[in-house]
Unconditional design. Structure first.
Length: 68
């Protein structure tokens, strides 16, 4: 299981994927405001949502290992 990302990790990952904050929020079914709070460091992203994010973005090492 992954740990919660730092705000810098979260922003870097989002930008590397070419997503806006709104698109990233929609990817994991949360509000834009929630995403903004995570990137600002005002709240910690739950580890499960971070894991969902990296899986859906194709960045999770275990997920990639099982993709055909």
């Amino acid at each position: 299981m992954l740990k919660s990302p730092t705000p810098e990790q979260l922003k870097s990952a989002r930008k590397a994927l070419g997503y806006t904050q709104k698109e990233a929020a929609e990817l994991v079914h949360v509000s834009l405001r929630a995403w903004q709070l995570w990137e600002a460091g005002d709240r910690k992203m739950p580890p499960g949502i971070w894991e969902l994010c990296v899986i859906k973005a194709g960045l999770h090492p275990l997920y990639r290992a099982h993709k055909a």
